[in-house]
Design a protein around this ligand. Structure first.
Ligand code: 5GP
Length: 143
C-alpha cells in the first residue's frame, strides 16, 4: 500500500460513527455528504465513503466507483441550490498536498465569476448558517 495506514480515530470516522454531529445532506449505504464547518464558499460540502481509506492513494477502486457518481449528484445540486457559476471539486492526499483529515473526502465548492475562495480550513461558520445551507441542497435533491 502507498503511504500510511488508516486510523479510524479521525474526525470523519467519528462523524460516521455518530460520535460527533454534522449537517448531513445525503446518505446511502456507501456514502455520506455533509457541510464543511469551515466553508471556503457558501455551500461548501464534503462527500465521503463509509468504507475506511486514508485518501485516494489507498482507496479501493470499487469504493471510488460508487463515490464519484455521488460527488457528481452533489455538485449538480449545490450548483443549483446556490445559483453558482461553477463548482470546484478538490481532493487532497497527504500533508504535503494540504490534507488535514485522514479519511478520504471530496470537497464540492460553489464558485462565482471573479470571486476568490476563502482560505482552506479557515474560519468556522455559524451552525445556523450551515443548517440552512444543508437544507437548501436537500431541497434541490428532493426535487
Ligand atoms: P482536508 O483534509 O481536505 O485538508 O480538509 C478537511 C476539511 O474538513 C476542511 O475543509 C475543514 O474545514 C473540514 N473540517 C474539519 N473539521 C471538521 C468537522 O469537525 N466537521 C466538518 N463538517 N468539517 C470539518
Amino acid at each position: 500500500m502507498t503511504g500510511q495506514a488508516y486510523d479510524s480515530n479521525n474526525i470523519f470516522g467519528k462523524i460516521l460513527r455518530g460520535e460527533i454531529p454534522c449537517h448531513r445532506i445525503y446518505e446511502d449505504a456507501d456514502t455520506l455528504a455533509f457541510m464543511d464547518v469551515m466553508p471556503q464558499s457558501p455551500g461548501h460540502l464534503l462527500v465521503i465513503p463509509k468504507a475506511p481509506s486514508r485518501n485516494i492513494l489507498d482507496a479501493d477502486p470499487a469504493v471510488l466507483a460508487k463515490l464519484i457518481p455521488v460527488v457528481q449528484k452533489l455538485a449538480r445540486a449545490a450548483k443549483e441550490a446556490f445559483e453558482a457559476d461553477g463548482i470546484t471539486v478538490i481532493q487532497f492526499n497527504e500533508p504535503a498536498s494540504g490534507q488535514t483529515v485522514y479519511h478520504l473526502h471530496f470537497h464540492v465548492i460553489p464558485r462565482y465569476e471573479g470571486l476568490a475562495l476563502k482560505p482552506h480550513s479557515g474560519q468556522m461558520e455559524d451552525n445556523g448558517v450551515l443548517a440552512a445551507n444543508a437544507e437548501k441542497i436537500i431541497g434541490v435533491l428532493g426535487n
